[in-house]
Design a protein around this ligand. Structure first.
Ligand code: PMP
Length: 385
């Protein structure tokens, strides 16, 4: 089987597992134990991982990194935890955010927080003009994801950061899909808060982080999980030492490989895209064709039911909606917000290529995909043009 669902989750890199192993076995100390070497060693390993994450995004200080159980928790801490000053409680976010951001917004709205949901352009990009028009004197926070999980479309994070800087607005970005794949610089991009997850970058599941620009005194977070006061009191609970160590190592590897993987994965995606467009009629790309994560291709095969297509290809891991939302049997809110018809959404498949895919995988999967689409179309009651 070939795994082309790397936006849902990634394989654990064997090097990452190796780095984690001692912390899963002999080095089982609690990072908060400060009276013996078991604890000291665990703490040292956690601090090293914190430095690796901070370095990867050019954070001013390692203490800007708060470890969490993943990006869902990081987004929850950012949005639910942020104490916006009175008179600045308005939040702007696009309709295409991950559900872990949108669900927080829905809850905040129910508690009285004014929220503006921006519709993206049909190519999935949030227009700076639209954002500008939505700003109010009471806008306190803009939350825009760096890269979309379903389409891979990249947002104009640096420009949005600059706009927020000019208006004195805090800026949160869900950088779960972008981290380790495209360059991120929280200082240059004026990012106040950012969410990350290890399992999207060949690290373990169940660990992530929230970047908090602690130098910004306007940023007041109230913890969502209280207890022993770990992570500066922002996230209580015994630290997941093996997970954190793995996350740190995964981030280091991702940063070393970022430039070469950007080229290699874009090459594989473009090759697959070309093969499909050369042989399959009536297909279209969902999302921006170039402003996109390197390995992601979301394609609508007109007239083909995506779930039937996936059933035809049980040995290829693909996704018909985002894995996180496929439980909601509703058509993708992302594609819907971009103006896609229900028919187009039902015909759409996400292919996400990753580190452990090679050219052979792509050529083989492309061929299988082409055959399956033509088979399904030949069986369709209404012939395709
Ligand atoms: N945000 C985005 C953009 C994602 O793709 C995901 C993972 N599907 C999350 C947040 C949630 O991350 P986690 O699985 O670490 O909770």
């Amino acid at each position: 089987p070939v795994y082309l669902d790397n936006n849902a989750t990634t394989a654990l890199d064997p090097t990452v597992l190796q780095t984690m192993m001692p912390w899963l076995t002999n080095n089982y100390g609690n990072a908060a134990s400060n009276s013996h070497s078991f604890g000291w060693e665990a703490q040292r390993a956690v601090e090293q991982a914190r430095m690796s994450i901070a370095h990867a995004i050019n954070a001013a200080s390692p203490s800007d990194i708060i470890f969490t159980s993943g990006a869902t928790e990081a987004n929850n801490l950012a949005l639910n935890g942020l104490q916006l000053p009175p008179g600045r409680s308005h939040i702007i976010t696009p309709m295409i955010e991950h559900r872990s951001v949108l669900a927080c917004c829905v809850r905040l709205a129910a508690q009285g927080t004014p929220i503006t949901y921006l519709r993206p352009q049909s190519d999935g990009i949030v227009s700076l003009n639209e954002l500008n028009n939505a700003l109010r004197p009471e806008t306190g926070l803009v939350s825009v994801m760096a890269a979309n999980n379903e389409t891979g479309t990249l947002q104009k994070i640096e420009e949005i950061g600059a706009l927020c800087r000019d208006r004195g607005i805090l800026f949160h970005t869900d950088a779960t899909q972008a981290f380790g794949k495209i360059a991120l610089d929280v200082q240059r991009m004026n990012i106040s808060l950012a969410a990350f997850s290890a399992h999207k970058i060949y690290g373990p599941k169940g660990v992530g982080a929230l970047y908090v620009n602690t130098a910004d005194e306007r940023l007041r977070l109230s913890p969502q999980i209280v207890g022993g006061g770990q992570e500066h009191g922002l996230r209580s609970g015994t630290l997941n030492v093996p997970g954190i160590v793995g996350f740190g190592r995964a981030a280091e590897i991702a940063m070393i490989n970022l430039p070469s993987e950007l080229v290699r994965l874009s090459g594989l995606r473009n090759r697959l895209k070309q093969a499909l467009f050369d042989t399959v009629p009536n297909i279209s790309i969902n999302g921006h064709p170039h402003e996109c994560l390197p390995g992601v291709l979301n394609i609508a095969f007109s007239g083909v039911d995506a779930s039937s297509l996936l059933l035809e290809l049980p040995d290829i891991a693909l996704s018909s909606a985002s894995a996180c939302s496929s439980k909601h049997q509703t058509p993708s809110h992302v594609l819907q917000a971009m103006g896609a018809s229900v028919a187009q959404i039902q015909a759409s498949v996400r292919i996400s290529i990753g580190r452990f895919n090679n050219e052979k995988d792509i050529v083989w999967a492309g061929g299988r995909l082409i055959d399956a689409v033509s088979l399904l179309r030949s069986m369709a009651p209404i012939p395709q043009k």
